[in-house]
Design a binder for this molecule. Structure first.
Ligand code: COA
Length: 324
């Protein structure tokens, strides 16, 4: 039986740092409101780099760290909701940049659960014996979708990318269980990049709407209901207990959401890794950015058991139990 094990990681965020005070200069907000409501203090915004640029930088770091030949990469998945183009996929742009000519490359979109969905797909290819390895990247330049006149959304999001290389192993380690799902009935609670179906033979009154829209309360309620349930289902599927987890790495949307998840699961806050103070919510990039940071800080030891859990637009959710 095959398992998928993480063997390398990398991340890349734009150099430009925008503090809460910087935002307060262009929109009616303040550091106290943003910090207390979300735990966010800064975020990185693109100075011109697009999603494929930061995703390519991530892929280069992952490859360098792993010491592998790009030609040996068999699968390349980019999870994103802010691709450079509708087509070609970001993954194809990355493939060309890094010279991974033998890889199958495609994007997937599951918003803030995107990295978990991407890992889930890669895991199936590896478990079934189709591919021996895969790079999975979450990459977003969300700033291009933010309306900097809407204080209820523009203060919460940031840009960034990160990812991992996973390889086939026969040891009982790596991705051991997953719980993923969606609820399209709540799709309109968090939207962005709407393009109406207009053409030369059809006029429509619907206006294109690029900017991100969010019903914050609805998203908060969904996340705090679904994420704890998903993690409980996950540990049950894995045949272990919540007490056995060394850490939980939640999607970095909002520290108040994480506090509720911690309370509902009765897992102490010090087991939850958080870095949204530095990056804000980077959607599909948030979990791998935090995971890469944990690796770099030496917080993940061989044998550690951790849960990654994401939730977001769609609605979508996804949790994964990994033995490192
Ligand atoms: N700065 C200052 N005041 C702000 C503000 C900002 N950036 N954004 C909203 N406000 C104001 C509102 O206008 C409102 O003022 P009013 O009472 O005079 O009308 C007040 O703050 C309270 O707004 P409300 O929306 O009730 O705040 P909240 O406590 O529900 O918090 C969120 C708002 C967005 C932080 C919260 O709903 C949330 O965390 N939602 C989940 C968001 C998320 O994580 N999304 C991504 C998941 S993938």
């Amino acid at each position: 039986m095959y398992f998928s094990k993480i063997v390398s990681s990398g991340s890349c965020v734009p150099d430009m740092v925008v503090s809460n005070n910087d935002l307060a200069e262009i929109v009616d907000t303040n550091d106290e409101w943003i910090s207390s409501r979300s735990g966010i203090k800064r975020r990185h915004f693109s100075e011109g780099e697009n999603t494929s640029d930061i995703a390519s930088a991530v892929a280069e770091k992952i490859i360098k760290r792993a010491g592998i030949d790009p030609l040996d990469i068999e699968l390349l998945i980019v999870a994103t909701v802010s691709a450079d183009y509708t087509t070609p996929s970001t993954a194809c742009l990355v493939q060309a940049r890094i010279g991974a000519s033998n890889a199958v490359a495609f994007d997937i979109g599951a918003a803030c659960s995107g990295f978990i969905f991407g890992m889930s797909i890669a895991d199936k290819y590896i478990k079934s014996g189709v591919y021996k390895n895969a790079i999975v990247i979450g990459a977003e330049v969300l700033s291009k979708y933010l309306n900097f006149k809407d204080r209820t959304t523009c203060v919460l999001f940031g840009d960034g990318a990160a990812g991992v290389l996973i390889e086939r192993t026969e040891d009982n380690t790596g991705i051991l269980a997953e719980d993923i799902g969606s609820d399209g009935t709540k799709a309109m609670a968090l939207t962005g990049g709407f393009s109406p179906a207009a053409n030369s033979f059809n006029t429509t009154n619907a206006a294109a709407e690029r900017s991100l829209y969010m019903d914050g309360r609805a998203v908060f309620d969904f996340a705090t209901r679904q994420a704890p349930k998903s993690v409980k289902r996950l540990v049950e599927k894995a045949g272990c207990s919540l007490e056995e987890l060394d850490f939980v790495l939640p999607h970095q949307a909002n520290s108040r959401i994480v506090e509720v998840i911690s309370r509902k699961l009765k897992i102490p806050m010090d087991k939850f890794y958080m870095n949204m103070d530095e990056y804000g919510n980077t959607s599909s990039a948030s979990i791998p950015i935090a995971l890469n940071e944990m690796f770099e800080k030496g917080l993940i030891k061989t044998g550690s058991v951790g849960v990654l859990t994401g939730f977001g637009a769609g609605f979508t959710w996804g949790s994964m139990l990994i033995r490192f």
